[in-house]
Design a protein around this ligand. Structure first.
Ligand code: IPE
Ligand code: IPE
Ligand code: MG
Length: 247
């Protein structure tokens, strides 16, 4: 149905966050090892980043590796880390060409040293780019992030830098790893799972949610277009009535 509808360029979501899921099942369906699914998933990352450049999306946040994913079999974790290093190396020229700024949220210190270094170098190199902000969530979980923010705020309170009355929503937002990144307008999860899996719990408070059965390696520009069109057909009321929004 939405295949023929065009995106309204005046109402493109500023920030899209995606839980990229289904790489393993995509590979299994083809009789391949899970890691082939992750490799195919990297191609989708490239295509979707380019589609965001084209559609005018300013922030794209991708859940690439969760805190809980450290509990996967060691071979899979190692393969994912190797893939991360290789992909950054391979994709950096295209990031520069497409004017993409790479950012990260998550506990980067937990990554293997080489991966962390490559990542930080790429962020530095792309830091002046002004097109899409590509935010990778790596070793990220929302409860980790919120706990860390609470710890930082507790420190400021205990050393007298702030008073208890200074603790408000803005202060909490400022101590999350997404400080300076607007909240997502649209959250997409692929692969048919209907859950948030510890992703951006604070930031998604008023995001529109979109779920598709498509596995991440099969997700493409057309699927992204469908998600954006679904987003554009909704009314964001933020607790108000429809009449208030339209008057
Ligand atoms: C998402 O795909 C990628 C990561 C979590 C790293 P999965 O690896 O979770 O794929 P499924 O859910 O097993 O199919
Ligand atoms: C969520 O996917 C994390 C990423 C996409 C990186 P998972 O496949 O790990 O999620 P659960 O554990 O099945 O919910
Ligand atoms: Mg999964």
């Amino acid at each position: 149905m939405s295949g023929n509808v065009n995106i309204d360029n005046n109402r493109v979501p500023r920030h899209i966050a995606i839980i990229m899921d289904g790489n393993g099942r995509w590979a299994k369906k083809k009789g391949l090892n899970r890691i082939f699914g992750h490799q195919a998933g990297v191609n989708t990352v490239r295509k979707i980043t380019e589609a965001c450049v084209e559609f005018g999306v300013k922030y794209l946040t991708l859940y690439a590796f969760s805190t809980e994913n450290w509990n996967r079999p060691k071979e899979e974790v190692d393969a994912l880390m190797t893939l991360l290093v290789d992909s950054i190396e391979k994709e950096t020229p295209d990031l520069m060409k497409n004017n993409v700024r790479l950012l990260a949220i998550g506990d980067l210190a937990r990554l293997p040293q080489k991966a962390e270094e490559k990542f930080r170098n790429c962020m530095k190199l792309t830091s002046a780019n002004t097109g899409v902000n590509l935010v990778l969530a790596l070793s990220y979980s929302s409860r980790w992030e919120i706990t860390d923010a609470v710890r930082q705020i507790a420190r400021l309170l205990s050393n007298g830098t702030i008073d208890i009355n200074d603790v408000n929503e803005d202060l909490i937002s400022q101590h999350l790893t997404t400080n300076h990144i607007p909240d997502p307008d649209l959250l997409i999860r692929t692969s048919g799972e209907l859950r948030i899996s510890n992703f951006l719990l604070w930031q998604l408070a008023y995001s529109e949610l979109y779920f598709t059965d498509v596995y991440w390696p099969d997700f493409d520009k057309e699927e992204l277009r469908k998600a954006i069109i679904s987003y554009q057909q909704r009314e964001r009321r933020y607790g108000k009535t429809s009449e208030q929004i339209n008057n």
